[in-house]
Write a protein that binds this ligand. Structure first.
Ligand code: NAD
Length: 261
């Protein structure tokens, strides 16, 4: 008797827009079942419908990843619907730009809760299920910011350095359980987050000509151009679906030469 192939399931956080949405669409196009998790209901549901257009069995899970119970409830909702989880992609992030000497406790709290604690708790919860299934993959979205000195973006940069640390810890904790944990560091993609934060940085730095400011930032990229969500998502999908299973604790830089290793 022919055993039916298992239909694989991926949960993507921050999937209502930007990079997370593109990752979901590309996974859907490859026939994966998709769980779109986000705070933004309307755009999240739209992403689910767009995944369904590719024939993907897709659900939207509303979650506030800043809350203590959010990450665990999100994974539980996914399991309740699909009964399994093969890949978790931690893509959601909070980004606040503020002058270094005027930083606020609230922005640190939000940034660290969404960008760090959520990833830790979601990873641990998903891993408990993946261990029962015999393996899985977890991909964290980090940033070139994790290695840069960004005085007006300090909480975000620190949070991404913590993501790199978590990727290493999780990779070692889960390697013997056949769970690979890797990360992707995207270069500049003109998503809603990027458009908003660059305008804020320009204001803080007193740059009145936004287009000129953006052009200077683009010119600093060795490749001479910004990237797209589609280009970065292709790397994430490769890690999720095609990368060798001996590859873990790796950071893939898709940043046009901004990151050099
Ligand atoms: N855009 C870039 O140039 C760039 C560069 C490097 C790294 N990144 C990283 O890529 C990832 C995706 O970023 P993006 O540019 O697509 O951002 P985005 O703001 O366009 O999308 C982020 C998504 O996360 C969701 N989100 C935020 N807080 C949440 C919360 N508390 N609970 C649930 N969902 C929440 C938002 O609703 C949104 O849909 C992030 O991890 C970001 O740090 C982006």
């Amino acid at each position: 008797m022919k055993v039916p192939a298992i239909q694989k399931t991926v949960l993507v956080t921050g999937a209502a827009q930007g990079l997370g949405r593109e990752i979901c669409l590309q996974m859907a196009a490859r026939g994966w079942r998709t769980i779109v998790a986000d705070l933004n209901k309307d755009a999240g549901r739209q992403c689910t419908q767009d995944c369904q257009q590719y024939g993907s069995d897709s659900i939207f899970v509303w979650v506030d990843l800043e809350t203590t119970e959010g990450p665990e409830q999100m994974v539980a909702a996914a399991l309740q619907h699909f009964g399994r989880l093969d890949v978790l992609i931690n893509c959601a992030a909070h980004a606040t730009v503020e002058p270094f000497i005027e930083m606020t406790a609230r922005s640190w709290e939000q940034t660290l809760l969404v960008n760090v604690r959520d990833i830790a708790l979601a990873t641990a919860t998903a891993a408990r299920q993946m261990i029962k299934q015999g393996g899985g993959r977890i991909i964290n979205i980090t940033s070139p910011a994790s290695r840069m000195a960004l005085p007006n973006y300090a909480a975000y940069a620190a949070s991404k350095a913590a993501v790199d640390s978590l990727t290493r810890s999780a990779a070692v904790a889960l390697a013997a359980k056949n769970i690979q944990v890797n990360s992707v560091a995207p270069g500049m993609m003109d998503t809603p987050m990027q458009v908003k934060t660059e305008a804020m940085i320009a204001t803080i730095e007193g740059q009145t000509d936004l287009n000129a400011f953006l052009a200077v930032r683009t010119a600093r990229i060795p490749a001479g151009r910004r990237t797209t969500c589609a280009e970065v998502a292709a790397a994430v999908v490769w890690l999720a679906a095609d990368a060798p299973s001996y590859m873990t604790a790796e950071r893939l830089n898709i940043s046009g030469g901004l990151d050099k290793d």
